[in-house]
Design a protein around this ligand. Structure first.
Ligand SMILES: [Ca+2]
Length: 382
């Protein structure tokens, strides 16, 4: 009942630029390596997401390194019909400013009966925020129509692709329905979170994506058996939840990687990185999105992602979840299979960032630098 996790099927050929010790890469050689290896073959990526804030921060960076054939919106933090117009503005812009082509966005699957949302009291706030692409839109756009034949629609978008990599950063609700149509050309599936029964680093804690539609998650584990599936997670520390989430060793986003400071340039102001920058930094008024008891707390576009602003708002854990899975997709050398120190036989089921100088703080710094660099590469899309 476990997917096979391949460790040697790719890596060297797909990424020419190995990580330097500080992870801060100045030249990303992926395209050149791909072209030299197989100039006639078309490799494509599908991004299956539920457009939460970390999806928003993960999606653009894929465009700088890979040919994204389509996005598919699945029910999770947001609903597919509502997230589609919001993510459309992020990737395609309002004026076609994404460049040479329009990225297809498919309205994916919902559960027949959604779960009881009260177990995630913060979800409604995030849904309201992301329906307007965080700070990018002044108000939500009209929802798109549902697409009952989304598996075929998605398959059509990769008809001329020789191979397809799937990045799953949302629930498995759509995946279980389209994967059988695509599997013959799928070269890898990169998934945020740990597989079911992986107790090696966070015992008993399936990811939100798995828990939200657990039946689909279970089915996906069966579908992924023997397939090149790569599960990605970041180290989670109890002290990185809540008010102290700004500690240097927490695997969270930070303000500088977006806005820049003396050490990092931050995101560019044009193209897709520019739209992401606006989405994350624009001044907006959002207190009314909080649950009634919290409406005196400060709310800005940073309240969904910047640790201090999150702590001043609804609090909770805000880590580089989907961002890490996206970075793995384009830069797998930054990750290695995780093995617990005290029981190595339990490990090897998911990937975790390679520690720099045995320091979580330095590793987080490196991941953030890589995120900024890779996202800025999406100023022109492939
Ligand atoms: Ca997600």
């Amino acid at each position: 009942m476990k997917p096979q996790i391949l460790t040697s099927s790719f890596g060297i050929g797909r990424t020419a630029a190995l990580l330097c010790a500080a992870l801060a890469v100045s030249s990303l050689g992926t395209h050149e390596a791909r072209a030299a290896d197989a100039p006639a073959l078309k490799s494509c990526v599908i991004i299956d997401n539920d457009f939460d804030i970390d999806d928003m921060m993960a999606i653009p960076l894929v465009f700088g390194s890979e040919h994204v054939a389509a996005l598919i919106q699945s029910e999770g933090y947001t609903l597919p019909e509502e997230s589609a117009p919001a993510v459309d503005v992020l990737v395609n812009g309002t004026d076609g400013s994404s460049g040479s082509r329009t990225i297809p966005i498919i309205v994916g699957g919902r559960q027949e009966k959604g779960p009881d949302l009260s177990q995630w009291p913060w979800l409604s706030f995030f849904r309201s925020m992301l329906n307007q692409a965080n700070g990018l839109l002044p108000a939500p756009l009209p929802p798109w129509k549902s697409t009952p034949d989304y598996p075929q629609k998605l398959a059509d978008t990769v008809a001329d692709c020789d191979s397809v990599s799937i990045l799953v950063i949302g629930t498995y609700t759509s995946f279980i329905n389209y994967f059988p149509l695509l599997q013959d050309k799928v070269d890898r599936i990169v998934i945020m979170g740990q597989p079911i029964n992986d107790d090696s680093s966070t015992p008993g804690r399936e990811s939100f994506n798995c828990k939200f539609d657990f039946a689909a998650c279970q089915k996906a584990m069966t579908l992924l058996e023997g397939k090149p599936a790569f599960f990605i997670d970041v180290p989670r520390f109890e002290e990185c939840r809540g008010a102290t989430a700004t500690a240097a060793h927490c695997y969270s986003p930070d303000y500088a990687m977006v806005a820049g400071d003396g050490k990092t340039p931050g995101l560019k102001e044009e193209g897709m990185p520019g739209r992401l920058r606006k989405a994350l930094l624009n001044d907006i008024s959002c207190q009314s999105f909080y649950p009634p008891a919290d409406r005196t707390k400060p709310c800005t576009s940073k309240s969904t992602w910047e640790p201090a602003a999150v702590a001043a708002g609804l609090g909770g854990e805000m880590l580089l979840w989907d961002q890490s899975a996206a970075i793995f997709l384009v830069h797998p050398k930054a990750f290695a299979l995780f093995y617990p120190k005290d029981n190595k036989s339990e490990g090897g089921k998911h990937y975790s960032p390679v520690l720099i100088d045995n320091s979580d703080a330095k590793t987080v710094e490196g991941l953030r630098a890589l995120w900024t660099d890779l996202t800025n590469a999406a100023v022109s899309i492939r």
